[in-house]
Design a protein. Structure first.
Lengths: 410, 210
């Protein structure tokens, strides 16, 4: 079948045939076989691969859930209960999906904090970081939409609260909200469109993830030392070294998520969501999903409706310009003696915000939320630009190879 | 049912192993060829690669099982698997159609002539030979799944005005299958007799199908 004039790159003629028509063999070989990874990369570099696997698991389990789910206000709750009780392994699908979504956020947060600590967002990887923030936004939207589907009390009131955020926008707010809901309150029209969007957004995420990964591969991965690859001695091949490492990570993850699914599947769920939605009674304490809680804390810390909404979206939007806020040329915090500690404090602060975001918005919690909010924005707008100017960075190794010769491997 | 799932399961595993095997072979080949051209020693880890990939493939394949299984009828659907029918209103020569597992079931109270016709047939002349006695529990009552064994249409013959075919039983309008007064295939493309569903007389006038 092969024309004699076609190039013979591989011994196998089938591969050559494909390769000549669609150079996918050499693409895979280049990007996932020979792709040079800095050899000092630690396990934090496995979280991207892990996140991709989880995305696939979510999509597959979601498709199978959708085969039994009914997006109608009268039937949604019961259809989910039917999945739990009657559909073979339905409980497994659902727990896999809901806990998978929670772990998706854990993994992606670790992935993001890794990028911040080791300065991966800096030149030349800014676009990569921006695509990542887009993925994060899409994830938040998808999980919000998904949380509405079981049509329990938390679903209903969560949807009510979040969609009311839009009504804070002056002039067009009310109209915009009604347009989003397709009704005056959260109703059947809302549930239907939320299901349609919840089905399609993960595939959009998948596409953006593709771009994100392609973008990393252009300039190669960053590493704990934050210095560029200078020679072949600095790297190892993706196959088999990184593949084995990533696979090990996936196995560990499998053990952890199995432990949750089989022994505590509702640890991360809200009991109130097992009560069918009731538009006439609000649960006494509406909690955000824990993985969105830091932003929810920021929303509630501001006594003004519009102000809270602006700051909450601002807290995410500010991530987009982080590469330009940081004035330091040194990437890794391992070589930034002062900034390192502010970075650590930022992580702690993020957790604290998450914690108070799940507590009632009053008294001490409100105070903590406000302090946390100030630090969150000060970190980005004041600390990051200023420290980069005045801090004296540590002595960078000449090459990645030298990291090991120094005897200190970061 | 269980057997078919088992076979499905095995074939899924088979497909996975096959893919993994091929993929690793191809990959190792590509790798080796490159090494050859660089005059580097040959890769001797083939066995390790293939065995670990196979175990991985097996893991993924068994992970697929709950997904495949979730698509089969759920417990509540299975629970709807039986229907009780009251026969007291049915006169001699009349028949009714009830729904069982989503399909029509014909219940016919046969006349003397019909029973006689059904019982006195030369079995060797039948395409799917079985005597009428083996198809009924009480000769007066004939219970059949009203699904043509050719391609699944519902045969005519339930209503008085319907054409009943050359053998006075049922006639399938789709491709012209004729069934007799015992629901046996006599003429036309259908390969088998109309199926008899599992049923039981709970009393003289009530039967439970399924
Ligand atoms: C980025 C990927 C995804 C995320 C983060 C996500 C998140 C969520 C969350 C948080 C829930 C609520 C779980 C609960 O409380 O029970 C949910 C439910 C649901 N999701 Fe997804 N999901 C994703 C992908 C998908 C996909 C691809 C589909 C279908 C094609 C899907 C279909 C469903 C269905 C049918 C439900 C409702 C059933 C239930 O409540 O268990 N999801 N999703
Ligand atoms: S379906 Fe009845 S004859 Fe073809």
């Amino acid at each position: 079948m092969q024309n004699s004039s076609e190039p013979k790159k591989y011994k196998n003629s089938f591969l050559n045939w494909i390769e000549y028509r669609l150079p996918i063999v050499s693409y895979i070989e280049k990007e996932y076989g020979d792709y040079p990874m800095p050899k000092n990369c630690n396990y934090f570099w496995s979280f991207g691969a892990l996140a991709s696997i989880i995305l696939v698991i979510l999509i597959v389990s979601g498709i199978f859930l959708a085969m039994n789910y009914t997006p109608h206000t009268d039937m949604a709750f019961n259809s989910v209960e039917r999945i739990m009780r009657d559909v073979s392994y339905g409980w497994l699908l659902r727990y896999l999906h809901s806990n998978g979504a929670a772990f998706f956020f854990i993994v992606v947060y670790i992935h993001m904090l890794r990028s911040m600590y080791y300065g991966s967002y800096k030149y030349p990887r800014e676009l990569n970081w921006i695509l990542g923030v887009f993925i994060f936004l899409l994830m938040m939207a998808t999980s919000f939409l998904g949380y509405v589907l079981p049509w329990g009390q938390m679903s209903y009131w969560g949807a009510t609260v979040i969609t009311n955020l839009f009504s804070a926008i002056p002039l067009i707010g009310e109209g915009l909200k009604t347009w989003i809901l397709g009704d005056y309150t959260v109703g059947n029209a809302t549930l239907n469109r939320f299901f349609a969007l919840h089905y399609v957004l993960p595939f959009v995420i998948l596409g953006v993830v593709g771009l994100h990964v392609a973008a990393v591969h252009v300039h190669g991965s960053n590493n704990p030392a934050g210095i560029d690859i200078k020679s072949k001695d600095d790297t190892v091949k993706f196959f088999p070294y990184m593949l084995v490492k990533d696979t090990f990570m996936v196995c560990v993850f499998g053990v952890v998520i199995s432990a949750i699914i089989f022994f505590g599947p509702n640890l991360m769920a809200e009991v109130d969501n097992y009560i069918p939605a009731d538009p006439l009674v609000t649960p006494s304490h509406i909690v955000a999903n824990w993985y969105l809680a830091p932003f929810y804390a920021i929303l509630r810390a501001i006594p003004d409706k519009l102000g809270g909404v602006i700051l909450m979206f601002g807290a995410i939007a500010i991530l987009f310009i982080l590469p330009w806020l940081d004035s330091s040329k040194t990437r890794s915090c391992n070589y930034r003696p002062i900034y390192k500690w502010f970075m650590m404090l930022f992580f702690v602060n993020f957790f604290v915000l998450g914690y108070v975001g799940m507590m009632p918005a009053e008294g001490i919690y409100l105070l903590i939320a406000r302090i946390g909010l100030v630090y969150y924005f000060a970190f980005f707008l004041i600390i990051t630009p200023l420290i980069g100017k005045y801090e004296k960075p540590g002595h960078l190794p000449a090459s990645i190879r030298d990291v090991y010769i120094d005897g200190k491997n970061y | 049912m269980t057997i078919s799932y088992f076979i499905l399961f095995l074939s899924v595993i088979g497909i996975f192993l096959f893919c993994y095997f091929i993929a690793t072979r191809v990959w190792i080949k590509v790798d080796e060829e490159k090494k050859d051209s660089n005059n580097q020693p040959k890769n001797r880890r083939d066995f390790l690669y293939i065995s670990s990939m196979s175990i991985g493939g097996l893991g993924v394949a068994s992970f697929m099982w709950p997904f495949v299984k979730s698509m089969s009828p759920a417990e509540d659907t299975l629970a709807l698997g039986s229907t009780e029918v009251d026969l007291s209103e049915i006169g001699i020569g009349q028949s009714i159609t009830v729904k069982w597992r989503g399909k029509p079931v014909f219940i016919k109270r046969r006349t003397e002539e019909e029973i006689f016709a059904a019982q006195n047939v030369d079995l060797s002349s039948l395409r799917d030979p079985i005597s009428d006695e083996d198809r009924v529990q009480n000769p007066e009552w004939l219970v059949l799944e009203g699904v043509c064994t050719h391609l699944g249409c519902v045969p005519l013959g339930q209503k008085m005005s319907d054409t009943k075919g050359e053998f006075e039983g049922w006639f399938c309008p789709c491709h012209g299958s004729h069934y007799d007064t015992s629901g046996r295939i006599r003429k036309g493309p259908a390969p088998e007799n109309l199926a008899v569903p599992p049923y039981r007389f709970l009393s003289d006038t009530i039967i439970k199908i399924g």
